[in-house]
Design a protein around this ligand. Sequence first.
Ligand code: AGP
Length: 607
Amino acid sequence: MCGIVGYVGSKNAQSILLEGLHRLEYRGYDSAGIVTFQDGDACLLRVKGKVAGLDSLVNDSHRDDSIGIGHTRWATHGEPSERNAHPHNVGDIFLVHNGIIENYKDLKSVLETRGYSFVSETDTEVLTALVDSIYQQDKNLFAAVSEALHMVVGAYGIAVVAKDNMDEVVVARSGSPLVIGVGEGETFIASDPSALVGNTNQVIFLKDGEVAKCTRDGVTVKDSADQAVEPIVETIEMDIQAMQKKGFDHFLVKEIFDQPESLSATLAGRVVKDQDLLRLGGLNMSEEELRAVKHIFIVACGTASYASMMASYYIERFADDVVIDTVVASELRYRSFNVPENSLAIFVSQSGETADTIACLKEMKQRGVRCLGVVNAVGSTIAREVDGGIYIHAGAEISVASTKGFTSQVVALVLFGLVMAQAKGMSIEDVRPYIDELDALPEEIAAVLDTKNEEVKQLAADYSQYEHAFYIGRDILYPLALEGALKLKETSYIHVEGQPAGELKHGSIALIDDRFFEVAFVMDNELFEKSMSNIIEVQARGGHVIVVTNSSREIEAERVVRIESRLKMFTPLLFNVVSQLFAYYVAVNRGNDVDQPRNLAKSVTVE
Ligand code: AGP
């Protein structure tokens, strides 16, 4: 996903654009650029690499322009380079784009017959030329962008300016997020509200198919049928604190340590221990509708899919008349699947903008399935498209690797499961242990952070040089192993596989030798002995096993990290804190860009 910013007003556009790009850099960061204008003269600055590379170029340019657009890129077409960086310029038109133009090759052929030539490998440059080819007819930018987009197939969030028009930035979206910030005598554009913080909290969330003309005097919007649309201006509460590192070295470790607070925010008003009360306000489902649910699809990607899988193990324990399918969105969207009667679809997404997840949401809506969202980003596409849902209120998650989002997603889904089970007759006696443990969970996570941080930091130092690892767990610890493996691989670039502990003997154990270390999650429960058998199998083949457990029993392993907690059911979420810290410290030891790992973006808004 890329970051888009725009400005038209009376202040210095370069500084506003640059600040916005720094805020959005977590979305994609292989190249960046801005263009500003004064009296028809364009100042285009682009770099390969991070936004910081623009800072010096801006300082040296000494411009005081008051209109412009900017972009930070996660490459889809064309390798990261200055030539492929946005903004792209063809003729009078400068354009930035988040998304994919699927028919760009056909458009390119037509434009070449009209005399256009291209210098980059991007689909965006073709779109820029298409807009210019129409703009040259009557110099109406608003109309030219609308007409061009009628010819486009694909997903886009774009901002467009013309160098001979110093008064308007035209924006449009279809499938990629775009928000407009309304100020006094100025208008801001961004691909997500976090870039607007400090400038305005009055925001218009553009809808798919809409095109908007942004000027110093306001915003004019029309829909895909070119009909005028009255824009809805909403007030958003963005927590600038949540976006700052608060003294931590990286957002990743800050967000790991945020979890007692972010989880408390997820639970606030929803778990009321002294009243034995659970309540979820935004489901928009009656008791009867909850009672009728027989099949749940939980649809997500990456970490959100592992949170979904973990939550499904909990829900199946207390909602035994419900079948739960946790499915990866990129698979579901092309699978021919049946939707049984009385199905419910839940879409889990931290950003609320993941393209694969959104595609499944649209498919389920078309099939008439009731859709709920479990989302962090307020006002995001998924949050706006579902019939109801649960905001996890975890606060802005900046680091590309999701940590506090995972924990709050699991808990939010479990809360839904409990509310649904209560509607189905689950007694308060059976619910109360969950209420007690959920109420205690933030404090227990804080205790793990306090007591295990240094131990895990040392552990990471001892294992940072390995290039291969397995994460294993049984039952509810299997999705934890998957999440732990993802956290380590995406931050440290170590090759890590998550496996069901009982599965190793069916083939993967052939891999184990001195090159590998293994992290084995072991609960002090009826699966303890079975888990220990798996560990012994691994060690017998030269494995270097690190056990993470809440058991005080004797354990033969290379290293043992013991978690002491009064919790019984939610100890996996305490193990997960150890796993997060371990991934963080290994990545730091390996000198990686912890918050913006190579090849990744915070939210993947393209297929
Ligand atoms: C999380 O650590 C990953 N960076 C990634 O798997 C992420 O969870 C996935 O892209 C889904 O994002 P979403 O929750 O915003 O939909």
